[in-house]
Design a protein around this ligand. Structure first.
Ligand code: SF4
Ligand code: SF4
Length: 337
């Protein structure tokens, strides 16, 4: 059984986990709060190492990533557990599992996972669904092998991780979508059991490392949908670059959160407001709403999206600019397109 790399020993056989800001102090025989990292007789254990709860090929737009290989498909794998406890979690049956529960899963060594990706043939793997970063040791093994095999690593994460973990994973990541759940330290710490500063640091590091970066905020009525709060998140992203794509997604009641679903008109209004500052703001989970990418200079559609049908004919052949006006665009496409 592989051992945790992110623990330090404490008196009486306890371990302190430094992988995320929760800093769990784990007694012998127990698990940390993510319920997937343990302490067996003073040794950091990873009882769910290689346990894959879901494996399927998705459109990359489903991650969501709209500016990275648009129209491509990606092998997507999911894991047990999460270090946050969002009461509206849409994947709660796996994110809040672990702790010895028997979750339907199949074990893959890192080598077996890369073989599966090679057999599938999309050339990219997304580590996604619940929270991949609580399985960082496994991720780093897989990502290293993927790099060697010419397979791109895509991460979909809550971004709530220590500096050491962030540095290690982003070195091996080609593209990331990070959840910015709200812009309130109090909501992060009291309700979600997370840490806003750590998430902002992760977003900043991803941007500065040159990883393709997109950000998602699930707009939950009464929780994070005040204009001032959305404005603060938008201003933070714009301080890095106004070209970072932001996905404002509609919430639907899930897990223990019973507030009514996000009003589509409210979500559209928030998106319009965000577009005054950011060049690319999309609404998610709103069937029928336009998801096209519009050239900020000439106003014409460069990528048209109808569900998961993607038309990139508005891009110049290498994807770097608008076909209609030649404006440079922050979009990565497969060169074979
Ligand atoms: S990764 Fe898990 S065990 Fe480690 S500090 Fe975070 S919640 Fe605790
Ligand atoms: S961070 Fe994501 S997976 Fe984890 S509890 Fe929150 S919504 Fe669920």
């Amino acid at each position: 059984m592989p051992q945790s790399r992110y623990v330090t020993s404490l008196p009486e056989g306890r371990l302190e986990c430094g992988l995320c800001p929760r800093g769990c102090r784990i007694p012998p025989g127990a698990l940390g709060r993510c319920a997937v990292r343990g302490n067996r007789a003073g040794v950091g254990t990873l009882p769910y190492y290689g346990a894959i709860t879901a494996m399927q090929v998705d459109p990359i737009e489903k991650k969501p990533l709209y500016h990275y290989h648009p129209g491509s498909r990606i092998l997507s794998v999911g894991f047990v557990g999460c270090n946050l406890q969002c009461p509206f979690c849409q994947n709660w049956h796996i994110s809040q599992a672990g702790g010895g529960q028997r979750i339907p899963s199949r074990y893959y060594t890192p080598e077996a996972l890369i073989h599966a990706a090679q057999a599938e043939g999309s050339g990219q793997i997304a580590y996604t669904y619940a929270e991949p970063l609580v399985h960082l040791e496994y991720l780093l093994e897989c990502m290293t092998l993927a790099r060697e095999a010419g397979i791109a690593n895509v991460l979909v994460s809550n971004g709530c991780i220590s500096d050491a973990g962030a540095e290690a994973v982003l070195r091996l990541t080609e593209a990331v979508n990070i959840d910015l759940k709200c812009f309130s330290e109090g909501t992060y710490t009291r309700l979600l059991q997370g840490d806003l500063a750590a998430v902002l640091a992760f977003i900043t590091r991803a941007f500065e490392t040159g990883v393709h970066l997109e950000v998602t905020t699930l707009v939950v009525p009464g929780l994070n949908d005040r204009e001032e709060e959305i404005d603060r998140g938008v201003a933070f992203l714009a301080s890095l670059s106004p070209q970072i794509p932001l996905h404002l997604s509609a919430y639907h009641p899930a897990y223990t959160w019973e507030a009514p679903a996000t009003d589509p008109l409210r979500l559209q209004a928030l998106a319009s407001r965000a577009r005054e500052t950011l060049a690319y703001v999309y609404t998610g989970n709103l069937p029928g709403s336009s998801q096209d990418t519009i050239c900020p200079r000439c106003g014409r559609a460069v990528i048209r999206r109808e569900g998961y049908r993607i038309d990139t004919s508005g891009l110049c052949p290498d994807g770097s600019c608008c076909r209609w006006c030649g404006n440079a665009l922050p979009i990565t496409v497969f060169m074979s397109k």
